[in-house]
Write a protein that binds this ligand. Structure first.
Ligand code: SAM
Length: 319
């Protein structure tokens, strides 16, 4: 990118017109709009900022700068990928979650803003536990957390960054996902506190240590009904199917996680899971059926839809 002056650049002996950031954004936004891309202006800006190696908001401080031929050609390639409905997060290779940068590739789900609600709930409960005498924990006691279906590690790593003393076991069935999550943990310097395990839900814990006393089981499992997969927008269809499909009613993972979590949770420990907006009642019923939890609660997302379910395991002898 260059400040003002010449409007032409010499490329392989020929004079080529150089466009300003502003001209390019206008043209590309219209093009993406015509192609039916849902947020054309935002995507045009994010991708141009990526090519120019600046923050997105800096784009607007550089509207009169000229984009070089090399930058333009790199930008065109990214725009063509976007037109083929590849999600922006996969094109740039990362997504922000809880104010942290998470590297991504085709093996992992792109972290969603709604999932931050789950993370915030766990942080809040962890802070309460540390204050609560009945739980029997001091401020410095370490908490044990299991994150099932960890994907890019966004939940586990955000918790490790926000809860002072904790050990987290983060599990995923996809080797590709575990590799991405380990990279993210190294990047955020929490690899000593988050242990990534490959396997089916709780099974890696059975091999690890049968006496594990877990304070929190957390999860954002796949929860899309199998028949609804065809209805998903093309961008979401580029994400791994194994990260989305939750069986006929979208409840397969909850049906397994809820009873199994009871084997690992200590009395008074929490099971906190993300759910589909229509699944609140069904998941609460599954929890109730076990008769070993206090009445569960639903937490709504920013759109006012049911998004997170919070259940606490009964303490022996009441309270
Ligand atoms: C909805 S994604 C959640 C990813 C991440 N935790 C997040 O919140 O963005 C679900 C994840 O579950 C993983 N998964 C699917 N089946 C699994 C299983 N049986 N055991 C463990 N992980 C599984 C997928 O590989 C995927 O990474």
């Amino acid at each position: 990118m260059r400040k003002g002056n010449s409007k032409k650049e010499k490329v392989e002996g020929k004079l080529v017109k150089q466009y300003t950031v502003s001209e390019i954004l206008d043209k590309v936004t219209s093009y993406l709009k015509r192609e039916g891309i849902p947020e054309p202006g935002i995507d045009a800006g994010v991708l141009l900022a990526h090519v120019l190696e600046i923050e997105r908001l800096e784009i607007y401080l550089n509207l009169d700068c000229r984009v070089t031929e090399k930058e333009l050609s790199a930008y065109k390639k990214l725009i063509e990928r976007r037109v083929k409905r590849e999600p922006v997060a996969f094109i740039v290779g990362y997504k922000e979650f809880m104010g942290l940068k998470f590297f991504l590739n085709k093996h992992v789900l792109i972290p969603r803003p709604e999932t931050e609600i789950l993370v915030e709930k766990v942080i809040e409960k962890a802070q309460n536990i540390r204050k609560s005498e009945s739980y029997g924990y001091g401020r410095d006691s370490s908490l044990t957390i299991v994150d099932l279906c960890t994907g890019s590690g966004n939940i586990a790593i955000s918790l490790a960054r926000n809860i002072a003393s904790c050990k987290i076991y983060a599990i995923d069935i996809s080797e590709g996902a575990i590799q991405v999550a380990r990279r993210n943990a190294r990047f955020h310097k929490v690899e000593g506190r988050v242990e990534f395990l490959l396997g089916d839900l709780f099974s890696p814990l059975e091999e690890l240590n049968s006496d594990l006393a877990v304070d929190f089981v957390v999860s954002n499992p796949p929860y899309v009904k199998s028949r609804d997969l065809v209805l998903l927008p093309p961008e979401i269809k580029k994400e791994p199917l194994s990260a989305l499909e939750g069986g006929n009613e979208g409840l397969n993972f909850y049906q397994r996680i809820i009873p199994e979590a009871l084997k690992y949770l200590i009395d008074g420990g929490y099971l906190i899971m993300e759910i589909g907006d229509y699944q609140g009642k069904a998941v609460m019923n599954l929890i109730k059926k076990e008769k070993q939890f206090y009445p569960s609660q639903l937490v709504k997302d920013y759109a006012g839809l049911d998004r997170v379910v919070v259940a606490q395991k009964l303490r022996k002898g009441g309270q």
